[in-house]
Design a protein around this ligand. Sequence first.
Ligand code: GLA
Length: 407
Amino acid sequence: MFKRCLILLLSCLPLAAVADKFADLARTPPMGWNSWNHFGCDIDEDTVREIARAMVESGMKDAGYQYVVIDDCWHGERDANGFIRPDPKRFPSGMKALADYVHGLGLKFGLYSDAGWKTCGGRPGSRGYEFQDAATYARWGVDYLKYDWCNTEGLAARGAYLTMREALWAAGRPIVFSICEWGDNQPWEWAGEIGHLWRTTGDITACWDCEVDHGDWSSWGVLRILDVNAELRAHAGPGRWNDPDMLEVGNGMSENEDRAHFSMWAMMAAPLIAGNDLRRMSEATRAILTNRAVIAVDQDPLGIQGFRHRREGELEIWFKPLADDEWAMAVLNRGDRPQQIRFDWRREAVVDPLSGRRARWPARVFELHDLWRGVKIGTTREPLVAEVPGRDVLMLRLRRLGVRRDG
Ligand code: GLA
């Protein structure tokens, strides 16, 4: 009996400790970089090393980016005992060495696998090897796993993701678990108990409002993804995030579009996973990705996904409740032409229908901070009047000034 208790204690206590560590891994939306959007399958260890260095040298690390994640196509074959090995030509030093290098820069390391027999890129999937793969990732020093959904015919999504979550727990290393089944099985209803983030849509592509047909699937531009993800806000919160896919900032859209894309992802408390070539980004791209005031909106500790307050033609007015009774506001211009916005704080009550939080600007004065220009543009004493360029955004942080005295 004593022996059985001891075995139970030894096996269960560490598991409980891992469960606790997992719960705290993504209290705010994860930030990092992923190879897929820019490099696709054309990825190798030298590029990953250079990207990791660029993440430090560009100031992205200091701005909060942490994870360097290799997406599809790093895999070679399994060995005779079933252990997965990296592609020996592209990753000759092996994943442990690469993870050590990334860790040496003060960053974290991530990999991609798939719940099915093969990944979307046709490499070996984890089906049937979940525990072995999780143990391998833990041994290599992996901190983040993106787990895809190709070639899973006949599998139940919740069960398949739960199996890998069990495997990660059993491996004992705290690993962020990124669920990527494109919203096909309503992951917002179950994934919060299993992983830290879940994709809500199919793949993003670098355009404002397009759909690119790939035969049996299509990828979507920023606005289409935004519209789907916006409806799912009730499911997000600290440790469990809707994932509207990785960023396309710096991948070919205009500067306005990139700025609006980044702003709206921050308003939605989305994971901020850059997807561009960090080694060769323009100053404009770098400035967007490292805007700390916008990042602070994304990373706000309340973890409330923002909401669309109202539409006015091509303009949309969004709010996001922040800690300490502050608010973020975004005025998004979906159209091509500049639009005027007039917002009278005294006349317009803003209530978050989900959290019940009510903006208190009729009673208190808030300062308006323009997060892209980095200047104070007024207070809630006067109506906000501004012009928003086409396919762009005005993004503000509302800071409390004090109790209103002028009635
Ligand atoms: C799917 C995912 C993408 C990417 C590719 C890799 O399409 O949704 O984000 O991981 O697979 O093949």
